[in-house]
Design a protein around this ligand. Structure first.
Ligand SMILES: NC(=O)c1ccc[n+]([C@@H]2O[C@H](COP(=O)([O-])OP(=O)(O)OC[C@H]3O[C@@H](n4cnc5c(N)ncnc54)[C@H](OP(=O)(O)O)[C@@H]3O)[C@@H](O)[C@H]2O)c1
Length: 244
């Protein structure tokens, strides 16, 4: 279903050079979409191009926390069907309060809240009226851990933003996917060399008995893009994490 809906569509994926965004880019291209992926780091974009090997893919290096860069991007783009952001810069932000660096906390807010806000501001005028915007929050808003206060707060704020944007930008649909624990490169910043043992322990606790894969979240975003009757919604894709 999601695949058919993506055929011949044009999708901008911020964060498409890694993790969930990269998995979405792969699924969208396989379904016949044209995909533009955005990230800050040229090396990551180069790796994504090498992995996806598709003439339907283009990449743009920019930082979505910088309004001039976001405005310039949309100044050069016409005819989009969907905008997605899986961007997050959480480096240094998973700390207990005494060690929390305010600059790292601000980078989380900028990448997960203000960046998406700027994408909506400058990107909505470029979207088809049947189009959609999808952002990415996360389980930390519902099952916070010590060290995760800033991420928890930003995820919750983003969900409120999405409900308001769904009203303001209608008929464009605006949704947010809330992932549980998913095996992606972001875990380096959360658990460092304890990544594998941390994810294994959670897999045993979850009702589904496993950690999420980037493809699980990509499919959920595909659903949000394709279902024309879904807006202002938080879609939880977390293996039952909120039940434990
Ligand atoms: N993985 C999990 O277990 C989990 C759980 C709950 C929620 N989430 C959320 O899910 C989303 C996707 O996570 P992921 O695990 O796929 O992360 P990831 O693998 O680290 O990918 C993050 C992507 O965002 C890009 N990015 C970061 N800051 C950016 C900025 N300012 N401007 C443009 N691009 C930027 C990164 O590229 P550059 O660094 O090159 O910019 C990268 O492509 C995030 O919002 C994360 O908080 C993840």
């Amino acid at each position: 279903m999601a695949s058919a809906d993506m055929t011949n569509s044009r999708i901008l994926i911020v964060g498409g050079s890694s993790g969930m965004g990269l998995a979405l880019a792969k699924q969208a291209i396989a379904a016949g979409a044209e995909v533009i992926i955005v990230g800050r780091n040229e090396d990551k974009l180069r790796h994504a191009r090498a992995e996806l090997q598709s003439s339907a893919l283009s990449t743009v290096a920019l930082d979505i926390t910088q309004e001039a860069q976001v405005a310039d991007l949309f100044g050069r783009i016409e005819g989009l069907d969907h905008i997605v952001s899986t961007a997050a810069d959480i480096e240094g932000a998973y700390e207990l309060l005494p060690s929390l660096d305010l600059k790292a906390a601000q980078r989380v807010v900028e990448s997960k809240f203000y960046g998406p806000l700027l994408l909506a501001k400058h990107g909505a005028p470029k979207l088809a009226s049947t189009g959609s915007i999808t952002f990415t929050s996360g389980i930390a808003a519902y099952r916070p851990s010590a060290r995760g206060s800033v991420v928890a707060a930003v995820n919750a704020a983003l969900e409120g933003l999405v409900r308001a944007l769904a009203v303001e930008l209608a008929p464009i649909r605006v949704n947010v996917v809330s992932p549980g624990w998913v095996d992606t490169p972001i875990w380096t910043f959360v658990a460092g060399d304890k990544k594998d043992e941390t994810l294994d322990a959670m897999a045993k606790r979850l009702p589904v008995g496993r950690i999420g894969q980037p493809e699980d979240i990509a499919k959920a975003i595909g659903y949000l893009m394709g279902n024309g009757f879904t807006t202002g919604t938080t879609l939880h894709v977390e293996g039952g994490h909120r039940l434990i």
